[in-house]
Design a protein around this ligand. Structure first.
Ligand code: AMP
Length: 281
C-alpha cells in the first residue's frame, strides 16, 4: 500500500497509472474507519485497478466547531485496516494541502432546492463545505468511479449533481448502509455515545423499518406522525423525519407521487447527530 500526504506526489503517481490504462476507484472518508467505510473500499478494490481511500477531516463542512474538535481520529489504526484489506493507495493530506489558498473559495454548483432542507436546513454551510472538498478531491484523484454510502443520502445525491455539472466521466457508485447487529447505522460518531444512549439509538432504524411497512397501507402523513411519535424519547431530539422523492429529494405527500421514495431522519442523542435513512420504494 502506498501512502501519500502531498497532492503533487499523488497526482504524479496516478497519472503514470492512468497512462497504463489502469482504472481508479476513489473512496473519500473522514477516517475513524468502520465496516461501512470498509464496504466502500472493498467494492473499489474488487471493481477497479487502483483503489484510493482518502482520510481528511474537512473543517469547512463542520458548522459546529465543537463537533469538529471532538471528531474521532484514529489514523494509525485506519492505515493498518486499509492495508490489511488490500487498499492500493491512502491519501492523507493536511488542511494546507487541500486548501493552499485558504478555504474560502466558492464551489460554483447549483443544487437548487436539493440542498436547502434536511441536512441543508440544519447544518448551515455544510453542503458548501462538502462540495468544496469533494470537488478538490475529484480534481486531484480524477477517479473513474467514486464510492459513496447511501447512509448520507442527500450528500451522495448532491455529488451526483456535481458530477453532471462538472461534465465529469467519473461514475458515482452508491453503496448500501452497513448496520450494527441491532440495526443502528454504523457511524464514526457512534463511539461517542454512552452505553444507555447507544442502546436507545437502535430506535432510529427500528422506526425507519416500521415506516417502510406502514407506507404500504397508511397515508404518508400518518406514517410520518407515527415515526415522530416513536422517536419522541426523552434522550432524543429529532432534527427532521422526512419522506422524500429519491431523485428530487423534495418531501412528498403521496406514496405514488414518486417512482422511488426514501425516509430520511437525523436524531441528536446527547448532542451527537445520527443520520439514517431507508428506501421505502
Ligand atoms: P465519512 O467518513 O462519515 O465522511 O463517510 C465516508 C463515506 O463512507 C461516505 O460516503 C459515507 O456515506 C460512507 N459511510 C459512512 N457510514 C456508512 C455506513 N454505515 N454504511 C455505508 N457507508 C457508510
Amino acid at each position: 500500500m502506498l501512502l501519500f500526504k502531498k497532492v503533487d506526489q499523488l497526482k504524479s503517481y496516478l497519472s503514470k497509472e492512468r497512462k497504463k490504462n489502469k482504472t481508479i476507484g476513489f473512496s473519500p472518508t473522514m477516517g475513524a474507519l468502520h465496516k461501512g467505510h470498509v464496504s466502500l473500499v472493498h467494492r473499489s478494490i474488487n471493481e477497479t485497478d487502483i483503489s484510493v481511500c482518502s482520510i481528511f477531516v474537512n473543517p469547512t463542512q463542520f458548522d459546529d466547531k465543537k463537533d469538529l474538535k471532538k471528531y474521532p481520529r484514529t489514523t494509525a489504526r485506519d492505515i493498518d485496516l486499509l492495508e490489511s484489506i488490500g487498499t492500493n493507495v491512502v491519501f492523507l493530506p493536511s488542511v494546507e494541502e487541500i486548501y493552499p489558498q485558504g478555504d474560502n473559495t466558492t464551489h460554483g454548483f447549483d443544487f437548487g432546492k436539493m440542498a436547502t432542507h434536511m441536512e441543508g436546513a440544519h447544518r448551515t454551510g455544510h453542503f458548501d463545505g462538502m462540495a468544496q472538498v469533494v470537488k478538490r478531491l475529484l480534481e486531484i484523484v480524477e477517479p473513474n468511479f467514486i464510492y459513496m454510502g447511501q447512509k448520507d443520502y442527500q450528500q451522495q445525491a448532491l455529488v451526483k449533481v456535481m458530477l453532471q455539472q462538472m461534465k465529469s466521466n467519473c461514475e458515482l457508485v452508491r453503496c448500501a448502509i452497513i448496520r450494527e447487529p441491532d440495526g443502528l447505522a454504523m457511524s464514526s460518531r457512534n463511539v461517542r455515545l454512552n452505553e444507555a444512549d447507544r442502546k436507545t439509538a437502535s430506535k432510529i432504524s427500528e422506526t425507519l423499518s416500521l415506516a417502510k411497512q406502514e407506507a404500504k397501507t397508511l397515508s404518508l402523513e400518518k406514517v410520518k406522525s407515527n415515526a415522530l411519535k416513536r422517536l419522541d424519547i426523552p434522550q432524543f431530539s429529532v432534527d427532521y423525519f422526512e419522506i422524500i422523492d429519491a431523485f428530487t429529494l423534495l418531501p412528498i405527500s403521496k406514496f405514488d407521487e414518486a417512482e422511488s421514495v426514501v425516509a430520511c431522519t437525523t436524531v441528536r442523542i446527547g448532542g451527537i447527530r445520527l443520520l439514517d435513512n431507508m428506501i421505502l420504494k
